[in-house]
Ligand binder design. Structure first.
Ligand SMILES: O=C(O)c1ccccc1N[C@@H]1O[C@H](COP(=O)(O)O)[C@@H](O)[C@H]1O
Length: 218
């Protein structure tokens, strides 16, 4: 596949195996208690061994403190950290130095001006993740299954490395690839049968739709 694919919010061996068999480049584990996808560092550590050498294991956190991050990094040994909260550029730089791991910083996008928020993180974050703004009342900063207007990404500097996320699924991934031609995509609730319950058949359908979308774009 020409771009990276991250399947996020994994909690079980069958779902992780479906993601790896489908060709995921990244697999994500959520450390956020309010999320139906929350996992303990110990369980994520066991699962990440299944992914070793096959996909990068990403630890997703939201404004986590040093103690929580120390525990996650020591127990799970992620290949990458994803910051999905209000982490400042200074905090991202500090954590990148502390753990010596590549970092992906998430941004909530609704309109073109929201993309300007990445400016102070350039040269600090290794990659960006563009997700939709959470719906009013949501307790989750991500994993809400809502999309933003992918055409906004057409205005981005071509050097910006990012993953497109937010409300992706087998039905819309073809359009997302066509409109945004992203260097990476990230999906969570679009391959679930219920919040936090990954569905192997939906994961397989998603990879099939990605391949179909890719060949149409080629
Ligand atoms: O998925 C979650 O529960 C979550 C919780 C806290 C921070 C980030 C979270 N998920 C991230 O959001 C994207 C988009 O999710 P979706 O595809 O719209 O459901 C997901 O891939 C994670 O990176």
């Amino acid at each position: 596949m020409a771009f990276d694919i991250k399947i996020c919010g994994l909690k079980t061996e069958p779902a992780l195996e479906a993601a790896l068999a489908g060709g995921a480049s990244h697999v994500g584990f959520i450390f956020f208690e309010k999320s139906p996808r929350n996992i303990t560092p110990a369980d994520a550590g066991r699962l990440r061994q299944q992914a070793a050498g096959r996909a990068a294991a990403v630890a997703v956190t939201v404004d986590a403190d040093d103690a929580a991050l120390d525990h996650i990094v020591a127990t799970m040994a992620p290949d990458m950290l994803q910051f999905h909260g209000r982490e400042t550029p200074e905090r991202v730089a500090e954590l990148k130095m502390r753990y010596r791991l590549p970092v992906m910083k998430a941004f909530a996008i609704r309109e073109a001006v929201d993309l300007a928020a990445i400016a102070p993180y350039r040269g600090i974050a290794d990659r960006f993740l563009f997700d939709a703004k959470p719906p009013a009342g949501s307790q989750l900063p991500g994993g809400n299954g809502v999309s933003f207007d992918w055409r906004l990404l057409a205005g981005l500097d071509a050097e910006v490395d990012y993953m497109l996320s937010g409300g992706l699924n087998a039905a819309n991934i073809g359009d997302a690839i066509r409109f945004a031609n992203p260097p990476g995509i990230d999906i969570s609730s679009g391959v679930e049968s219920a919040p936090g319950i990954k569905d192997v058949a939906l994961i397989e359908d998603f990879f099939q739709a990605v391949r179909a979308g890719e060949s149409r774009a080629a």
